[in-house]
Design a binder for this molecule. Structure first.
Ligand SMILES: Cc1cc2nc3c(=O)[nH]c(=O)nc-3n(C[C@H](O)[C@H](O)[C@H](O)COP(=O)(O)OP(=O)(O)OC[C@H]3O[C@@H](n4cnc5c(N)ncnc54)[C@H](O)[C@@H]3O)c2cc1C
Length: 475
């Protein structure tokens, strides 16, 4: 914790009230630690504005006192974007008190919400209207709309619905100079000049504070089925994807991959997340279909499709959910993998993407490159294979407390060189934050990064807004 100038503290208290500013104590300390408690930053205070006007005044006050601002939502981001840097001297601006669902328009199929509304809160509010917001991620209960928009989060259903930015119809935000840009009219077509809302999607809080968002929503599916499949090779996985993404295309919402070593870790560390009983194989696929139409029988369509792939030998074994609770149990296994790795020991996580036909090469070459450096590890590749996105994690088998920095960097360099060679991305959905800024050049040219810096400088010439995030050294 660093000390803020007394007059700055008093100004902030006069804006949000004394209960909206914490300049010491456990709340501030917790706000400076990342989700897994592995990284810690420093700040002089955490501030909780509860209106747009209060956000404007807080930013103007910080500007006047030369203070940096770290925008913070649910703090579930995985690249240290929402905690201040270790040498931070400014404030954390937390949006959780801005949490009103402003409007639900079932005919326009849109909502307007405050940035601090959690994703789970929005899902619940849409239930009575028979509508859904199609972004769903493992952190739904905590992550906020402002956070998922700022990270352009993905999740399980990108294959069908797109990333968060594809759901955004407009944004209200306070820029670093304390002016407000606002486009919450929820128009589907609006080509007037630059799209400022899209510029802020995925900007990780470096260009301003998002205070409100207009989002698309969709009719709630009335039929949903999940299947858990075992397959003997990664080539079979890609062949199956190629077939079902055509035949089930209008219905397919998820095509997730789990490796056998990951499923074995779940058995050991998360007993209630155990995978459905299918024959053991090297890879498992979690596939989900849904439909908002009652005119077809989705179960029949799915069963017929899977049967044809038993016959052609692509699928070794399968379980199809017969009820909502079975569907949830299948997903529980997928969610359990994240926690099983954490319980197993130190894990280095990487969030990469390539074009789908390149996935077998990514797995083979990535594994070989890592095993060249370190042998006593489990390489666990899982995730949203239908989007070309794999979480390429390296878990320690040895009795070591952690990976050394040297290993981390060597493993990163080895894997990201393969990703670069295959024309992929070193951050498919988690963003850059502070953790990945030194490796941006594996996926972006110097010209690209310079153009980003120019935009940042134009909107935030003093660099106060989320200092140290995205931009760093060019290694
Ligand atoms: C268990 C778990 C599962 C996850 N699964 C997925 C997944 O499947 N797909 C995926 O893409 N991600 C996933 N994530 C990470 C994902 O980035 C976050 O869960 C979510 O997008 C961040 O929302 P948040 O409100 O917690 O934002 P925070 O972590 O608080 O902030 C994230 C970034 O956004 C900025 N920010 C936050 N709010 C605002 C605002 N109002 N205005 C401007 N900037 C703001 C912050 O400064 C920071 O840079 C997962 C995380 C966890 C812990």
């Amino acid at each position: 914790v660093t000390e803020l100038p007394l007059d700055a503290l008093e100004t902030l208290k006069s804006i949000v009230g004394p209960s909206g500013v914490h300049d010491d104590g456990t709340l501030l300390e917790a706000a400076c630690k990342d989700y897994f408690g592995r990284h810690t930053g420093t700040a002089g205070a955490i501030v909780f504005p509860d209106t747009l006007q209060a956000v404007v005044e807080c930013i103007a006050a910080c500007d006047a006192h030369g203070l940096d601002i770290t925008p913070q939502g649910g703090k579930t981001g995985l690249v240290c974007g929402s905690i201040p840097s270790a040498t931070g001297t400014g404030i954390i601006l937390n949006l959780s008190r801005l949490n009103v669902i402003r409007e639900i328009d079932p005919v326009n199929r849109s909502v307007v919400v405050d940035a601090g509304v959690t994703v789970a809160q929005l899902h619940d509010a849409l239930q009575p209207h028979e509508l859904i917001f199609p972004i769903s991620i493992g952190s739904d209960g905590e992550c906020q709309i402002g956070g998922v928009v700022s990270t352009n989060a993905g999740g399980h259903s990108v294959f069908r619905y797109g990333m968060t930015r594809h759901q955004v119809l407009g944004i209200e935000a306070v820029l670093p100079n304390a002016t407000v840009i606002s486009n919450l009219r929820a128009l589907r077509k609006d080509n007037v000049g630059y799209d400022l809302s899209q510029l802020l999607c995925g900007a990780e809080g470096t260009l301003g504070i998002i205070t409100g968002v207009a989002l698309k929503v969709l009719p709630k599916p009335i039929q949903t089925s999940a299947a858990f499949l075992s397959l003997t090779s990664i080539d079979a996985v890609i062949q199956l994807y190629s077939k079902v993404s055509t035949t089930l295309s209008d219905f397919l919402t998820a095509f997730e991959i789990l490796p056998d070593n990951g499923v074995q870790l779940i058995k050991r560390h998360v007993p209630d997340g155990v995978a459905p009983a299918v024959k053991q194989a090297s890879w498992y696929i979690l596939l989900e279909v849904n439909s908002a139409s009652a005119a077809i029988d989705l179960g029949d369509i799915l069963n017929a499709e899977l049967a044809s792939h038993f016959e052609n030998g692509l699928i070794l074994d399968a379980v199809v959910s017969q009820s909502e609770s079975q569907r949830k149990q299948i997903w529980k296994c997928r969610e359990a993998l994240v926690f099983a790795q954490g319980r197993h020991g130190p894990v280095l996580s990487h969030d990469v993407s390539v074009r789908i036909p390149c996935i077998p090469a990514l797995i083979d070459r990535g594994r070989a490159a890592i095993l060249d450096i370190i042998q006593d590890v489990e390489i666990i590749c899982f995730g949203h294979v239908g989007d070309g996105n794999l979480h390429f994690n390296v878990a320690h088998n040895g009795p070591y407390p952690a990976f050394s920095r040297d290993w981390q960097h060597r493993i990163e360099r080895a894997l990201y060189s393969v990703v670069q060679d295959l024309g992929g991305s070193i951050s498919a959905e988690h963003g850059i934050g502070e953790k990945r800024r030194h490796v941006m050049s594996y996926s972006r040219s110097d010209c690209d990064i310079d153009a980003m810096r120019m935009i940042k400088h134009a909107l935030d010439p003093n660099g106060h807004m989320n200092r140290g995030k995205i931009f760093g050294s060019r290694t």
